[in-house]
Ligand binder design. Structure first.
Ligand SMILES: [Zn+2]
Ligand SMILES: [Zn+2]
Length: 84
């Protein structure tokens, strides 16, 4: 199952996860990388390659996107792979 939010990060992400998330958000100026809106406090990290498959938490695999975009990305992704 794909996680839609990272409010309760899995321990697999490591204890630096929160600090790393905010460092990434800050590095993009709190701009959603999908719609380009300023979204401080609304940003979530999307794994470009699903973490379950890639086990990749490096910045290259993480896209900061706003909550709305993130939902949409997952919905489209799930539709594409035929889950919905
Ligand atoms: Zn967005
Ligand atoms: Zn995602």
């Amino acid at each position: 199952m794909i996680q839609l939010t990272y409010k309760y990060p899995s321990p697999a992400y490591g204890e630096n996860w929160n600090r790393r998330r905010f460092a990434i958000f800050k590095s993009v100026g709190y701009i959603c990388q999908n719609c380009g809106n300023y979204a401080k406090g609304e940003l979530e990290l999307h794994h470009l390659k699903p973490y379950k498959i890639s086990k990749d938490n490096s910045a290259q695999n993480l896209a900061p996107v706003c909550r709305g975009c993130h939902k949409r990305i997952h919905k489209e992704y799930l539709e594409k792979i035929g889950v919905l």
